[in-house]
Write a protein that binds this ligand. Sequence first.
Ligand code: NAD
Ligand code: TYD
Length: 351
Amino acid sequence: MKKTVLITGGAGFIGSHVVRLFVNKYPDYLIINLDKLTYAGNLENLKDIENKPNYRFVKADIVSADQMLQIFNQFRFDGIIHLAAESHVDRSISRPMDFIYTNIIGTTNLLNMALGQWKNNFQDKVFYHISTDEVFGSLGQEGFFTEQSAYDPRSPYSASKASSDHMVKAYHNTYGLPVLISNCSNNYGPNQFPEKLIPLAINNILNQKPIPVYGKGENVRDWLYVEDHAQAIDIIFHHGKKGETYNIGGNNEWKNIDLIRLLCRIMDRKLGKPEGDSERLITFVKDRAGHDLRYAIDATKLKKELGWQPAHTFETGLERTVEWYLLNRKWLENVLTGEYEKYYERQYQHR
Ligand code: NAD
Ligand code: TYD
């Protein structure tokens, strides 16, 4: 094998798309998918590639230095693409410590392992940390986040991701570890856990349940189709300049309420229902605490320096996403059990 690449969090939403892309596109790379399989990790996401000869799955917790040491003793990695994280803002508000452990301590553990394994021989090695635009805080009506924007995280989730970004940068500055960081806007697409806005709304429409819109639905997010993010990760991993940060975004801003209305129209059409049928499910609920108003990414650097362009428009991406959820109702059913149901009740009972 030409390279051995560790991908953490590969059973999650974005990670599974990255694992699939790498396993299929690089048959001469050995891809190790390391995942704890929390509520968000689902190996069903990878059924189509699980028997490929260049793929292995390892169940482990990045917070455990012992478990990480065992894995780093077993494999010699050329590259690490680190996606494992607690990723949902609402959960970070109710259980911040999970985010501190996984996102900060887990990331630092991995940095130590990489440093230990590569022992100053950094030739052709890279530690690539996947982060979010939420580290930059909240925008007003105008402006965009660039790579120069100051960090101003405002939720326990974004603060934990900002901390992990800082640790990655510190290991580069202090020890010379070859690192890359990318900060991406909101992703959507197949396999996203139905606690995030788009799959949650699709699932509720399918089950004729209220669609909870926080506050007045005026908050703005910049949406990117998950496969476009995976493509960007591939390009940055292979061509990014060590020590640099790249912003990734679709230049695709939507107010939550407008997005939900568009989604309702697509769902009505696909389900053969009269237009307006799903919109009546929209229910305004109590706002999220500290709800960031607007995120918007300026991805000029990535486009200019590395030639990345998103391949999907929002309209085609959203159609594909809805089609996937309609065709994969069993996937939805399987994840909508146990822990998730309990979480859902806790999250929405007072709203
Ligand atoms: P996700 O919640 O769907 O998946 C996270 C994965 O990490 C799961 O498979 C989970 O089992 C695993 N994991 C969690 N804790 C772990 C631990 N302690 N040890 C090992 N594995 C663990 O998340 P996602 O939406 O796919 O996000 C992936 C990464 O991309 C995260 O780092 C997130 O911050 C970042 N990101 C996400 C978005 C987005 O819109 N979803 C946008 C920008 C950046
Ligand atoms: P989410 O998918 O949780 O992503 P993030 O908070 O990381 O941006 O939420 C996207 C937007 O949708 C955000 O402004 C919060 C809002 N939202 C709702 O209005 N209702 C919901 O039930 C959820 C989960 C989110």
